[in-house]
Design a protein around this ligand. Structure first.
Ligand SMILES: C[S@@+](CC[C@H](N)C(=O)[O-])C[C@H]1O[C@@H](n2cnc3c(N)ncnc32)[C@H](O)[C@@H]1O
Length: 502
């Protein structure tokens, strides 16, 4: 018909579970319906076994909600399930979910859904259903991998509260010093309010990160970000020049030394500390939305690994990273020989027996040995960093090296002042057990059995440059910059630490 059009949407997900386990979930209508964030109610048709009347809640004009009813039929197959939806205004969906065995005991789940509908409604239908269907795959994966999945709805609510808390922080931080300009303790109070607000965000979200870092990577008012770094950077002028040159090579333009190339410089420095070589197997821990994986895959001056396994805790980061990396690999296909294999996990970096997925890269059932393990600006969060380091040592190949861009503390501050403890607790930045001096950090690694342990204090090339970089950005980042400046002043040290397995 002239007024209808058809569009097909496709999604693919690698699941760290065996095909039988994934198939069992696909064949369970309760799981499938619960996985769709739009579905508000399901009634099974008593006369037709696999037919259901479903109620969806839809958001209209970005704010209002409405409900719509439609029928759905499931058709179970030996390698998946077909879905057929008949909805109002002539909307029809025909979906195919199929599984196949992937590498290393994984399962690849693919969805192809053909959508037919009223042409004028098509952009709305696709915009609404595409993220929901992507979430279905993520939820099935999370269930198969025995981990939490962050639901789209919960995520957007968390992002909303993050904005509200940040706004409260900004207003308090700006207003208090204006009303009482001569009272330094009140300025400090303003900073504390900011910290408390950020703590509020953290408690709501369970992880201080979201996708806010995209704006950190902006190259200018009208230039969208091309990278997605989420670290404090390395702002030594000579490294920045080097990174600027390599970034230009990757066809990106940076205007000044306060551009975000410092964020990439920290990643480059960490990779150098891990002494990576061509053909290595690399474990990238806390990979955020995948920029470090992309750097390993595409930066000509970095030795290209043969295998990259990643593990990060936030599901929204994991989903985004998988897509970004898939695009890079598809683009490189046939140009790079042999291609690098990439497997990205969504899990806590520390393997918790009985909780994390059986394919956890640091778990006992994983047989991969790594030549290099990278933890870029994340290990201070781990519960605890010491368990992570012990598990990592087990998984390093002989001669393999771990490198961490991490935070520790001035020993005098740890002895004398409780403010650093209080601030770290307030931020929920790190468990108390992770708060050590550089000397104790090295000693603990050596006790575990690491050799050739090297620690470099790069605080002066991290905090001042990052604070300058933040202060040159929007108000929310300025407040964060002030807070970080205060925290660094308490005796925090930014270090690059590395050690090898004999
Ligand atoms: C500061 S960001 C660094 C991201 C990335 N390495 C980069 O430089 O762009 C810290 C990352 O570690 C992740 N993370 C925090 N705690 C974690 C944990 N316990 N296990 C795994 N990842 C964790 C966060 O979600 C976030 O992606």
């Amino acid at each position: 018909m002239v007024f209808t059009s058809t569009k097909t949407i496709s999604f693919k997900k690698t699941i760290h579970a065996l095909p039988d386990a994934v198939l069992a979930l696909l064949h369970d209508p309760k799981v499938l319906f619960a996985a769709n964030p739009l579905i508000a109610g399901v009634i099974q048709d008593p006369s037709k076994p696999h037919t259901y009347t479903i109620t969806d809640t839809l958001v209209v004009l970005g704010y209002f909600t409405t409900t719509t009813k439609y029928t759905a039929q499931l058709d179970l197959h030996k390698d998946g399930v077909d879905t057929a939806v008949v909805a109002s205004l002539g909307t029809r969906l025909r979906g195919q979910y199929r599984i196949r065995a992937g590498e290393n005991g994984t399962t690849v789940l693919e969805e192809d859904t053909a959508v037919e509908g009223f042409s004028l409604m098509m952009p709305y239908i696709i915009k609404t259903m595409a993220p929901a269907h992507e979430q279905i795959l993520e939820s099935v994966a999370a269930k198969a991998e025995n981990r939490d999945s962050r639901h789209m709805k919960q995520l957007s609510r968390s992002e909303m509260s993050a904005r509200i808390f940040l706004l409260a922080a900004v207003i308090s931080a700006c207003l208090v010093p204006c009303i009482y300009p001569y009272t330094t303790s009140l300025s400090l109070f303003a900073v504390i309010v900011s910290l408390l607000s950020l703590l509020g965000v953290r408690t709501k979200m369970g992880d201080p990160y979201s996708l806010f870092h995209l704006s950190l990577n902006k190259l200018g008012e009208d230039v969208p970000p091309k990278t997605e770094w989420l670290n404090m950077g390395y702002w030594q002028p000579c490294s920045l020049k080097l990174v600027q040159v390599t970034i230009k090579f990757r066809e990106q333009k940076y205007n000044s030394l306060t551009s975000c190339c410092g964020l990439e410089a920290l990643a480059t420095k960490l990779i150098q500390a891990a002494q990576c070589k061509t053909g290595d197997s690399i474990l990238d821990v806390g990979y955020g939305t995948g920029e470090s994986v992309i750097l390993l895959l595409s930066e000509p001056s970095i030795p290209r690994p043969s295998l990259i396994i990643g593990v990060t805790s936030l599901s929204s980061h994991h989903i985004r990273a998988e897509k970004r990396v898939e695009r890079i690999l598809a683009h490189q296909e046939s140009k790079v020989d042999p291609p690098t294999r990439v497997l990205l996990h969504c899990a806590d970096a520390v393997h918790q027996p009985g909780q994390a997925s059986p394919s956890h890269p640091l778990g006992p059932s994983s047989t991969v040995k790594y030549n290099g393990i990278l933890a870029l600006d994340c290990a201070y969060h781990f519960n605890t960093r010491w368990t992570f380091l012990e598990q990592s040592l087990e998984k390093l190949a002989s001669g393999g090296r771990i490198a961490l861009a991490d935070i520790c503390f001035d020993p005098d501050i740890l002895k004398r002042s409780r403010t650093a403890w209080a601030a770290s607790k307030l931020f929920q930045l790190m468990p108390k057990a992770n708060m050590v001096s550089p000397k104790d950090y090295v000693a603990r690694m050596m006790e575990m059995g690491y050799v050739d342990v090297q620690l470099e204090d790069i605080s002066q090339d991290v905090f001042p440059g990052f604070v300058r970089f933040l202060k040159a950005r929007e108000i929310g980042w300025k407040v964060f910059g002030l807070t970080l400046e205060w925290y660094a002043g308490l005796g925090a040290k930014f270090i690059i630490v590395s050690g090898a397995r004999v």
